[in-house]
Write a protein that binds this ligand. Structure first.
Ligand SMILES: O=C(O)CCC(=O)C(=O)O
Length: 271
């Protein structure tokens, strides 16, 4: 095993206080989770493959709000061996299990989210709207592949919003941006936005409301994400058309009420 592969599989100790912070606020940012060398090595391969696999070639002004937000490559781990190695990082998965206070986590799916120069905002939303998963024990790690200053559109969170129910039925759209933003402001939820250093990552629950600003720089905002769920997560009946699509794409062959343990949902860490 090469040094970087070893590194991304070694444990990263998080404290009880960090776990409490995550569970209370719905997200956490953690510094030095990955080394600069690991980000450079895996980041380069991820970016090369995003260029090859990307199918969105419309000029920015002809795109929808969703398309302006980012280029998106989904289930990336199944398309490239080195990306697969990265997504299977036990270090990242163990942090996810610790934050969720579960024995272990499975992969739900992964995605690269590349916000191009001039790319638009990512409207306010909560991810779990899209997922046919029975419990709230889901978490996404957001991994920027370069330093990410405010002008580049780092991920931003609404503190404690994972307990807020308004807007849970809204897809990412111009409407979600306006309505969820207004509801969070009215509810006096604190808005958290900070730049990311190299090697710094964030984790957020599937029900935490989040968004990102536009990319006002001339450099692409390259980001890889991995979405984990409790290893005992059950599949629920879809409650919208997106959840039906997700069921097929990410948990094929699983019946409602069964553990979401398809061949696309390997256990990435179990303690
Ligand atoms: O990267 C972005 O702009 C949005 C990311 C996001 O919504 C997520 O990872 O859940």
């Amino acid at each position: 095993m090469n040094d970087l592969k070893l590194q991304i599989n070694e444990p990263y100790e998080i404290t009880e206080e960090q776990i409490r912070y995550f569970q209370e606020n719905g997200f956490i940012k953690l510094k030095n989770v990955l080394s600069k060398e690991a980000i450079e090595y895996y980041g380069k391969i991820i970016s090369q493959n995003v260029v090859e696999l990307n199918q969105l070639h419309l000029p920015m002004e002809e795109r929808t709000t969703y398309q302006k937000a980012f280029l998106q490559i989904v289930n990336f781990w199944s398309k490239n061996e080195i990306v697969n190695e990265f997504v299977r990082s036990r270090r990242l998965a163990k942090i996810a299990a610790n934050l969720l206070s579960t024995r272990g986590v499975r992969l739900y799916h992964d995605q690269a989210l590349y916000k191009e120069p001039g790319g638009g905002i990512t409207p306010w939303h909560a991810d779990q709207f899209y997922w046919p998963l029975a419990s709230e024990k889901t978490v996404t790690v957001w991994i920027p592949l370069q330093q990410t200053p405010l002008e580049m559109g780092p991920l931003a969170f609404s503190v404690k919003s994972h307990r807020f129910s308004f807007g849970r039925d809204m897809e990412i759209s111009d409407e979600s941006e306006v309505a969820i933003k207004a509801a969070l402001e009215k509810g006096n939820f604190e808005h958290f936005v900070e730049p990311f250093d190299i090697g710094e990552v964030s984790y957020h629950y599937g029900w935490t409301f989040h968004h990102a600003g536009a990319n006002k720089t001339n450099q692409v905002r390259a980001v890889m994400t991995i979405i984990y769920m409790d290893e005992d997560m059950k599949l629920k009946a879809p409650s919208n058309k997106y959840q039906a699509v997700d069921w097929e794409a990410f948990c094929p062959g699983i019946k409602i009420g069964e553990t979401a343990a398809s061949y696309l949902n390997p256990i990435l860490y179990s303690g």
